[in-house]
Write a protein that binds this ligand. Structure first.
Ligand SMILES: [Zn+2]
Length: 314
């Protein structure tokens, strides 16, 4: 029996998983971010113990515990090096949990573990080299090479959302200007919509769909407006597709994977998004005669993080 934990800025999802990837039991708790990290980790320990108890099992049945968390994770030392959303710097996340349970504990970046889950049980299960992109408030990346996670020599690889793809009108959370996630995430689409509506006074159905309130604008509203032919909606989606295609082309040119899978909230735009991406990527590919990996929708949804975390290993 494996334990998988998806540690997020809002909630912590934990589950017991069998070797075939079946979720046996799972639970959610609030992260209550901003508290001392020791309290959050204590809650995770209690959550695991309750799950094991509720499933009628015992701690000895746990083979290993895996945790996916938002940020840079040193899987060798068990320290979370840097998590912006949790306000964590150098937190001994894996160390504390391993000391408590006396079981192997593995930590990894949350997008990376979701990519691992997709490669084991989801959209990219039939190929050995794949890249997973999760597009929501930001953009996370997971790289699988020869069926194994690749996260770089200093645990800072696969940060595809921070690939610089142009000049933008606002800075990324990381401090740089021009990161992919400032052009192609849900946040990026909303910020660009507000910029055009407020600064450039563009008329658009987007504002009506958001009940006249710019803070209610989201990626779904913008995609819906674009599908209905709204000019600003079309402009925002075109811009998002353009930069996401540039990011994907850069991934192809560096890694040449078998497949790229797109997940996260923005992937709810579904086949419309994928077809548009395929067209634009096809037009930008390095040489027209080269074969390149397919772009597909991820399959596992919100459970990918917890499932992938359970299958982490040394
Ligand atoms: Zn950045």
């Amino acid at each position: 029996m494996l334990v998988g934990i998806d540690l997020g800025g809002t909630s912590i999802k934990a589950g017991l998983v069998d070797r075939e990837g079946r979720i046996l039991i799972q639970s959610f708790i609030d992260t209550k971010v901003g508290r001392d990290y020791r309290l959050i980790i204590k809650d995770m320990i209690d959550q695991i113990e309750r799950l094991v108890w509720d499933y009628g099992s015992c701690i000895d049945d746990i083979e290993s515990i895996g945790i996916g968390a938002p940020g840079l994770m040193n899987y060798k030392s068990g320290y979370a090096i840097y998590c912006t959303n949790l306000f964590w710097n150098n937190v001994p996340l894996g160390v504390i949990i391993e000391e408590h349970f006396k079981r192997p504990v593995y930590i990894e970046n949350d997008a990376t573990v979701a990519g691992l889950a997709e490669s084991l049980f989801g959209s990219t299960r039939n190929v050995s080299n794949s890249v997973f992109l999760t597009i929501g408030t930001g953009i996370g990346g997971g790289i699988i090479i020869n069926n194994k996670i690749y996260s770089g020599s200093h645990f800072a690889g696969s940060e595809i959302g921070h690939m610089i793809v142009g000049d933008n009108f606002y800075r990324c959370n990381c401090g740089n200007n021009g990161c992919l996630e400032t052009f192609a995430s849900a946040t990026a689409m909303k910020k660009y919509a507000v910029e055009r509506l407020e600064k450039d006074k563009i008329k658009s159905n987007i504002l009506d769909k958001a009940e006249g309130k710019t803070d209610k604008i989201n990626a779904k509203i913008i995609f819906d407006a674009a599908k209905e032919g709204d000019l600003l909606g079309t402009e925002i989606v075109d811009r998002m597709i353009k930069y996401l295609s540039i990011g994907i082309i850069n991934v192809y040119n560096v890694l040449d994977p078998d497949m790229i899978a797109i997940g996260g909230g923005v992937s709810k735009a579904g086949d419309y998004l994928i077809e548009r991406l395929k067209t634009e990527v096809g037009e930008r590919i390095y040489t027209p005669n080269i074969k390149y990996g397919d772009i597909v929708l991820a399959q596992l949804g919100n459970e990918a993080g917890m499932l992938g975390a359970a299958f982490l290993e040394k």
